[in-house]
Design a protein around this ligand. Structure first.
Ligand code: GMT
Length: 379
């Protein structure tokens, strides 16, 4: 029997970040499959760049009244969710993050008169937040336990959630995915000339929001050590709180001519397509979406043996895993990969294959659909 098309509300942080990217790409894919998608967020999600008649956007307006010390974002979001659930007759809400989004969805469900289902996806920062604010543990546990279904982007994140939050709830792994129509090797070699990358120079890339957990200083140090042995350039993509420290480190190490700061960029597939190696050396990472994106474009990655990274990068097969902060080991592995053409080709092919086999959009989007239909089957 053909399944009925669903009306789904999606809430995520709309600004740059892996969770916003995944939530938006998921909405776009579901819309392509005929579902009606209603994004409910404070601004248009940054990847919502293509017109699709099945996609609607509802803006959460947060007014600042002098009686409030803080703008009531969570209440405004819950009210908007309830309004959209009632008016559009939604079947379910799929929210990304337990706090505040799952908690807002639970409140919205109580405010409206439809028996909608709530699906919550954990991306990691809920748990990271607890590292410095344990007063939120009960709120996160509440958001998880009162959701109808909860997913997390890696097994490592599930283990960490049970360890830190201890929810009495089943959490299912649904890995992140890539749109393989976008993340593939593209012909962008003209960019090398524009960036002043010479023939024979290897290109190392790092993409992040430059938060301290991303350990961008380790990326710069490992690159500097690699550049002693091979001609290479480092593309640093993104921006964030650590940027000033990183700029200083680059000049202290005397590698300013070899490091290209690109800031925040779209069309990352063009940058991956001119890269030979990606470094993701974070101290916390529940998945590492940028590693997957790079792999889909044929770029092998060196990542830290942390969180969900080992579920994406397979050591010695499509990339390498190193211990956190082990600059020397990272540099040695990087140089060996960049100087052995056969090995690089083998890793590159494996990277593309494993991105497709384990993380292709069709596979993962179908897993989410199955969760939705399962929740709604008795209605
Ligand atoms: O890593 C960040 O700082 C951003 C954060 C987010 O909310 O987008 O990323 C988290 O979710 C991504 C998508 O699921 C994952 O790929 C990242 O690994 C995860 N970040 C952390 O766990 C630190």
């Amino acid at each position: 029997m053909k399944e009925k098309k669903l009306k789904i509300g999606i809430t995520c942080y709309p600004t740059v970040g892996g969770s916003g990217a995944i939530a938006t790409e998921l909405g776009k894919m579901l819309a392509e499959r005929g579902h009606e998608i209603h994004f409910i967020s404070s601004s248009v999600p940054f990847r919502l760049n293509k017109m699709n008649p099945n996609i609607y956007y509802h803006q959460v307006e947060v007014n600042q009244y002098s009686v409030f010390q803080y703008p009531p974002y969570d209440i405004a979001l819950a009210s908007k969710m309830a309004e959209v659930i009632n008016r559009e007759k939604l079947d379910l809400l799929h929210v990304h993050y337990a706090i505040p989004h799952a908690v807002c969805a639970i409140l919205a469900k109580q405010m409206c008169d439809r028996d909608i289902k709530i699906v919550t996806t954990l991306h990691g920062t809920d748990i990271t937040v607890l590292g410095y604010d344990s007063t939120l543990t009960d709120a996160i546990r509440f958001g998880i336990e009162k959701s109808d279904a909860v997913t997390a982007v890696s097994n490592a994140l599930i283990a960490q959630t049970y360890d830190v939050v201890k929810p009495n709830k089943e959490i299912e792994v649904v890995y992140n995915f890539i749109d393989e129509r976008v993340y593939r090797l593209t012909n962008s070699s003209y960019l090398k000339k524009e960036f002043g990358i010479n023939e024979g120079e290897k290109v190392v890339i790092h993409v992040s929001n430059f938060r301290a957990v991303k350990r961008v200083q380790d990326v710069v140090k490992a690159f500097s050590r690699m550049a002693e042995d091979i001609p290479a350039k480092l593309l640093l993509v993104g921006d964030g709180p650590e940027m000033t420290v990183i700029c200083k480190l680059v000049s202290q190490l005397g590698i300013a001519d070899q490091v290209i700061f690109l800031g925040k960029q779209d069309n990352l597939e063009e940058l991956y397509s001119i890269s030979d190696l990606m470094l993701l050396l974070s101290e916390k990472e529940s998945f590492g979406l940028v590693a997957l994106e790079a792999m889909a474009c044929g770029v092998p990655c060196i990542g830290t043996n942390v969180g969900g990274i080992p579920e994406v990068i397979k050591d010695g097969k499509n990339g390498y895993l190193c211990e956190l902060g082990d600059i020397e080991a990272i540099a040695i592995k990087g140089v060996s990969l960049l100087t052995d053409e056969n090995l690089h080709q083998k890793f590159s092919t494996e990277a593309v294959n494993s991105a497709y086999i384990h993380f292709r959009s069709g596979l993962i989007v179908a897993q989410y659909e199955e969760i939705y239909y399962d929740l709604l089957k008795n209605r």
